[in-house]
Design a protein around this ligand. Structure first.
Ligand SMILES: Cc1ncc(C[n+]2csc(CCOP(=O)(O)OP(=O)(O)O)c2C)c(N)n1
Length: 275
């Protein structure tokens, strides 16, 4: 890492992830995205849930909040409502986001707050030492599923699209510069940016080789404003396309609340004239 990058955005904190963990790539990609955007430290709030990435905010000289398991989204929305000028970035694992926290995703999509949600999907519960998560494939053996996992994995990007997120992207922890570009675009997007990151866990579910052979970058001819194109792309079975899958300009939660605040003021004024 360049010295300026380290000193402007990063603390001296040393992450305790296993060697080869995908989180290192994501950490670097987020740092590069901040640098590309030239965003000021005090404009950023990083939040995390519980899991191997719970201490993520400790790495950054920004505002930070290590929240509860599965509760990154409600807290991120509260911060966005309180101060819409901040760049609010939530970090979660697949268990945090899709198991205990799964119920928050559709409602966040409906509200469209201006926040970026980066989910590091390692297809396992890493911190608790290797139980299956909602994205573990059928048949995968863990210590609690010695005959193989019997539950079908969620198709996360398809779900997010169906819920109506206004920005959907998929990235790979092994393509750091590409992921940095995706994250920067997600932060720039006005609305709920959902970024699904394929982030292998070399200790409990090593998918590095598989992703290295199947991940491909989405080509420049792809139209990421088309819902049909997004659905078709997510139907791809052989390759795993990464990039910005869908984006749409839509009114954000803060825009709507601002309007209703104005309406409330007008109503108050009106009521006064009748007193
Ligand atoms: C309310 C609550 N339930 C369960 C746990 C136990 N727990 C801690 S981390 C975790 C799963 C983490 O998995 P994931 O979100 O995929 O992150 P990873 O550690 O794999 O990065 C669980 C179930 C907890 N800390 N709090």
């Amino acid at each position: 890492m360049q010295a300026s990058l380290a000193t402007q955005y990063r603390t001296e904190y040393n992450p305790n992830w296993c060697p080869g963990c995908g989180s290192y790539g994501v950490l670097r990609a987020i740092t590069l995205a901040f640098q590309e955007l030239g965003i000021r430290n005090e404009e950023i709030v990083l939040l995390s849930g519980i899991g191997c990435n719970g201490r993520f905010p400790h790495n950054f000289r920004t505002y930070g909040f290590h929240t509860l398991h599965g509760r990154v989204l409600p807290i991120a929305q509260g911060i966005n409502i309180a101060n819409p000028e901040l760049s609010v970035i939530g970090i979660a694992g697949d268990g945090d986001a899709f198991a205990i926290g799964g119920g928050h995703i559709p409602h966040t999509a409906r509200r469209n707050p201006d926040i970026t949600y980066i989910v590091l999907d390692n297809q396992i519960y890493g911190q608790t030492k290797g139980q299956p998560s909602p994205t573990t494939q059928i048949g995968y053996k863990t210590k609690v599923t010695p005959q193989g996992n019997q539950e079908q994995p969620l198709e996360v990007s398809k779900l997010a699209l169906a819920y109506g997120v206004s920005f959907l992207a998929r990235g790979f922890a092994g393509k750091v510069n590409h992921l940095a570009y995706i994250i920067a675009e997600g932060i720039k997007h006005q609305g709920f940016a959902f970024i699904h990151v394929l982030s292998p866990c070399p200790t409990y579910h090593d998918t590095w080789k598989e992703y290295q052979s199947r991940v491909v970058e989405i080509g420049s001819e792809y139209d990421n404003t088309s819902l049909d194109a997004a659905n078709k792309l997510l139907g791809e079975r052989e390759k795993i396309p990464v990039g910005i899958i869908f984006k749409e300009n839509r009114q954000t939660l803060a825009d709507r609340l601002r309007v209703s605040t104005q309406e409330r003021l007008e109503l108050k004024q009106l009521l006064r004239t009748y007193r």
